[in-house]
Structures are given as structure tokens and as C-alpha cells.
Write a protein that binds this ligand. Structure first.
Ligand code: SF4
Length: 359
């Protein structure tokens, strides 16, 4: 059995069974435009093709383990089980402007071990296949369709480091943006990386329209090393060289994520260092108030005060660098950034899978 999103295999299957390639366009139309989930009901196809699809393909490999929506109805968190019982999450964010964004996972767990991140405590369980990323998206598309809403944006900011699963993530972006499939705009997709420098340049060449977000979180090597082990492999000067090349190729503004942790990332001299680092660059800084969640507070981290975040913003204003403060949607359901893993259900499920969790 293979995924209905595997175009090459479906076309081979059609050809092996004596059918013309054009039939694939009808399948695509049924799956992505008409959102048909039961292959036996695709009326545009002859019965034998419907049977072939039913016998050989699955529609969605994920099963829903739990689903939570916050009381305001802005955020819905899905906890999915893959076919081999790994847990992954995706989060729908309904913005007041009417824009609907899905945050997808690219890996089960994550090897990067950022100290402020719940997912990082799981370690890498495995890379997701492209269809498993699309399965998250299709789940959201159906969920929003029931509300008469459409998915507009996708952010690769869920579990995992997307640039460490580059090929599968790339395939999923191609499917999401293909006009005959999900037809999302490249410009409405954002890939977020903790700074895998060589892949940033590949990404610029392969996806010049897709947005790039950098989890920077500290303005100097010493401070960054304390919270992000990736800094040991790709220090800030190497990262900035890659980003400069990205901007040269794409001429696109880069989004820098900066988590505000009391006494760790919010020292006032860091605001000036951040300004110096980014001055004159095509940059936008997004300050993320640290969000202490269950399992993430073992380091004793606390959120920064609003006054200090405002001071950081004022400093960046003086450098001419635009910035925003992220409104952390979904805090109360642990769907906010960095909280995508360590609830009790996660711990027990991970243990069921025979994995130990570093607490
Ligand atoms: S912040 Fe991102 S890269 Fe770092 S551990 Fe968490 S999921 Fe991985």
C-alpha cells in the first residue's frame, strides 16, 4: 500500500494496468479539489481504476490521537499517531484577519536539543515522509472546510528541524504549491530553521519564493551556545554568511525568531548586539515571549517582562529594523511554540515506544 500523494507510483500503477496517464488528472482533481476521501466514490473514474486505488493506496496514514481547541476557538492542536505509532503534532491557528495557518511537523521529535524547547527533549525519533507532512495538511484542509474556511498559510515550525529532512520537506512543498493539487502560494509558506547553514543556501536556490525564518534567539556565540547546540556546528558568522547568500539569491526579507527568556536572552546589551548584527539587512525580528509549559521549565526559565520586550523593540527601531511581538496563540492548550511535546500523554506514549525521555 502506498500514499495517494505519491504521484509517480500512482501513474505507474495506472500504466501497469493499461490506463492512460490523463486519468491521474482526474484522481488529482478528486483528491485535492473535491476533497474525496473514499476512492470508490470518485465518479469521474471507471470502476476498475477506483478498485485499483482502493486495493493499493491509502488516503491518509495518520490517525487522530487527540484534538484540542482553545476556548476562543482560535487554535486547534492535533496529536497524530503515524502508522508506526510515532506521535506528531500539527496546529491550526485561526487569525482574526480571517487568515488560517497550519503549523506542521517535519520530524517526530527533534535532534537539535534547544534548551527552551519541549520537542528537543524527545531527541530525534525519525524523519517524516513527505506524504506524512501532506497528511497533516489534508487533515487541516478537511477540518477547516467543515467550518467553511480555507487554509492559507503553512509554517514548518512544528516538531523537528525541517532542513534536516530536506528532501521530504521539499517534496511536501511541491505538492502543497502545485496548482493541480493544493495550490497554495509559495509566498504563504514559511520554513523555520535553527540554522543549518549549508541547507539555507540550497533552500534559497530551490525555493526562492518560500519564506525563511531563522530561530536566532541570541545575538552572540557565547549566549547562543548556552541554549542552542547547533551553534557549535554553525556559529553566528557562518549562519549570517549563509543568510546573506540567501538574501542575495532571493532578495527576500528574512524573519528572525527571538525568544525572550528572563535573564537568559533578554540582557539589555543583547538588544544593541542584535541591532548591530542585523542592521542594514532585509530583516524582521519576531520576539516570542517564553512560554513555560509542562516539561519545559526544568531549566528554571521564566518569561521576560513586557517592558523589557518593548525596550528591545525600541532599540531595534533605532537601527531601522522592523519587529513584532508574537501573540502566542494556544498557550492554554500547550500548542504554542516549543510546547509541542512533553505532556503526560506524550511521555507515556514515548515510553511505550521504548524511548527514554531526558527531563
Ligand atoms: S526549537 Fe526547533 S530545532 Fe530546536 S529543538 Fe525545538 S523543534 Fe528542534
Amino acid at each position: 500500500m502506498f500514499s495517494i500523494h505519491d504521484e509517480k507510483k500512482i501513474i505507474s500503477l495506472l500504466e501497469e494496468n493499461g490506463h492512460k496517464k490523463f486519468r491521474y488528472a482526474q484522481i488529482e482533481n478528486a483528491i485535492y479539489k473535491n476533497l474525496i476521501t473514499d476512492f470508490s466514490t470518485i465518479e469521474t473514474l471507471p470502476k476498475d481504476i477506483r478498485d485499483i486505488l482502493t486495493e493499493n493506496c491509502f488516503y491518509n496514514s495518520l490517525t487522530l490521537h487527540s484534538e484540542k481547541t482553545d476556548p476562543e476557538g482560535q487554535t486547534t492542536k492535533f496529536l497524530f499517531k503515524t502508522s508506526d505509532n510515532k506521535m506528531i503534532e500539527a496546529v491550526i491557528m485561526r487569525h482574526l484577519s480571517g487568515r488560517n495557518t497550519l503549523c506542521v511537523s517535519s520530524q517526530a521529535g527533534c535532534p537539535m536539543a534547544c534548551s527552551f524547547c519541549a520537542t528537543g527533549k524527545l531527541g530525534l525519533i525519525r524523519n517524516l515522509e513527505s506524504h506524512e507532512i501532506i497528511d497533516q495538511i489534508m487533515w487541516a484542509v478537511h477540518h477547516l472546510a467543515i467550518e467553511d474556511k480555507k487554509l492559507r498559510n503553512i509554517v514548518y515550525m512544528g516538531m523537528g528541524e525541517p532542513l534536516l529532512n530536506y528532501i521530504e520537506v521539499s517534496d511536501s512543498i511541491h505538492i502543497a504549491c502545485n496548482q493541480k493539487k493544493l495550490d497554495l502560494s509559495n509566498r504563504r509558506i514559511t520554513v523555520s530553521t535553527c540554522g543549518i547553514a549549508p541547507r539555507i543556501i540550497d533552500f534559497a536556490r530551490d525555493f526562492p519564493q518560500v519564506s525563511l525564518a531563522i530561530s536566532l534567539h541570541a545575538p552572540n556565540d557565547e549566549a547562543r551556545k548556552k541554549i542552542m547546540p547547533v551553534e557549535n556546528t554553525y556559529p553566528i558568522d557562518v549562519l549570517m554568511d549563509a543568510i546573506n547568500e540567501y538574501v542575495r539569491i532571493t532578495n527576500k526579507r528574512v524573519f528572525y525568531e527571538y525568544i525572550m527568556i528572563n535573564g537568559v536572552t533578554d540582557r539589555l546589551e543583547y538588544a544593541t548586539q542584535l541591532g548591530e548584527l542585523l542592521k542594514g539587512k532585509l530583516a524582521h525580528v519576531n520576539f516570542i515571549p517564553y512560554n513555560p509549559g509542562e516539561g519545559t521549565d526544568s531549566n528554571g526559565y521564566l518569561p521576560t517582562t513586557k517592558i523589557i520586550i518593548k525596550k528591545f523593540q525600541n532599540t531595534l527601531d533605532q537601527y531601522g529594523i522592523p519587529s513584532t511581538i508574537r501573540h502566542t496563540m494556544g498557550d492554554d492548550i500547550d500548542a504554542a511554540c516549543g510546547q509541542l511535546a512533553l505532556k503526560e500523554e506524550w511521555i507515556s506514549l514515548a515510553e511505550e515506544q521504548g524511548r527514554s525521555i531526558k527531563k
